[in-house]
Design a protein around this ligand. Sequence first.
Ligand SMILES: C[S@@+](CC[C@H](N)C(=O)[O-])C[C@H]1O[C@@H](n2cnc3c(N)ncnc32)[C@H](O)[C@@H]1O
Length: 385
Amino acid sequence: METIMLYEPREDSYLLEKQVSRFAFGNVLDIGTGTGIQALAAANSRHVRSVQAVDINPASIDYCKKTIHHPKILFKKSDLFDSVSNEFDTIIFNPPYLPSDPNEPQESALATSGGKHGYEIMERFFTQVKEYLDDNGMILFLISSLTNPVKVESIMIDHGFTFKRVAKQKVSFEELYVYTAEKNPIIKRLKGIKNINFLAKGHRGIVYSGTYKGKDIAIKVDLNPGAVSRVDMESRWLKILNKKKIGPKMLHSGKDFLIMEYIDGEKLFDYVQHSNKNQIRHVIQDIFRQCYEMDLLQINKEEMHHPVKHILITTDGARMIDFERCRKTLDPKNVTQFCQFLTSGSFAYGLENKGLIINKRILKFAQKYKHDPSRKNFDTILEEI
Ligand SMILES: C[S@@+](CC[C@H](N)C(=O)[O-])C[C@H]1O[C@@H](n2cnc3c(N)ncnc32)[C@H](O)[C@@H]1O
């Protein structure tokens, strides 16, 4: 095997080194140590107890072992965290951060190319790092304007980190940025939850999946705690709706987070595609039952005219999700809006393909129900399915 080149310290190394001296503490892991520059800066801080320094390049580990003899530092070959088992207070990474360049020789690409777009290695790093970072620990890393910092920032959010840019420097055709990142304080508070992974992002919150006491759960976290919390509102609605067997079962909630049962289901459109007429009819009736219950409670879900993302079909039936837009009203529209949806464009077409033709007169019955939301008027609607 040809020897892979060692990365001689450059502007990026020196910029990060300064921040390492400033921030590193406790037990430190330096990933992609190269010539060991960050490991040494950390070891020389009186706030640092020990340093493990790893690199995927065996030439780097050989070089460091020969040239650096510091009682606090241990050098080891590792592809990111592959040969690492502890938890650390500080994790340092000056990664290969440039988009790959087909003209770059292989011997140097390992130290410079972060993947096709440059950020792929950071994506891998953030997928794994939380298992190795103490809850009160800090990540210190560097990227460049060429790495797509907006993308890297969104990767951090997705994996439950908050971050700050703590230093920058213009270097000819690019700008270098040093970031600190920490576990999101809300997620840190949720003790006992394992396997936290990003699931979805909305305007106001992020949903993570996880496991708690062996059960699959979903965690909704407010992105802007402090403002009127939508997540808090949703917990209040769920408390009421769960009594009617509507919505994911709520397990625990706080001002800025909500832990609930994870609903493993299929979107309505997908379900219709592979199900037969009777199965679909059953699901639609189940959704109507929930709409009616919500109408009785005078709670409007606000999105039943187009609920494609908000209903999941499971083996237990139709399950509604996302109640953050709910509001109390004297004029609830869940049933009538769902009637509109059933007769509208592509969904009605999909039902027709399965031989389930919903006569447009359902809209007339919906009108009647709107003026008099009685059980009798609701049943007339159900009979149309
Ligand atoms: C930009 S250099 C930084 C070197 C040194 N830390 C510094 O600041 O000068 C990136 C280093 O990451 C190493 N590296 C690349 N991919 C890696 C991986 N998957 N796991 C560990 N190290 C890796 C390279 O071998 C290289 O030494």
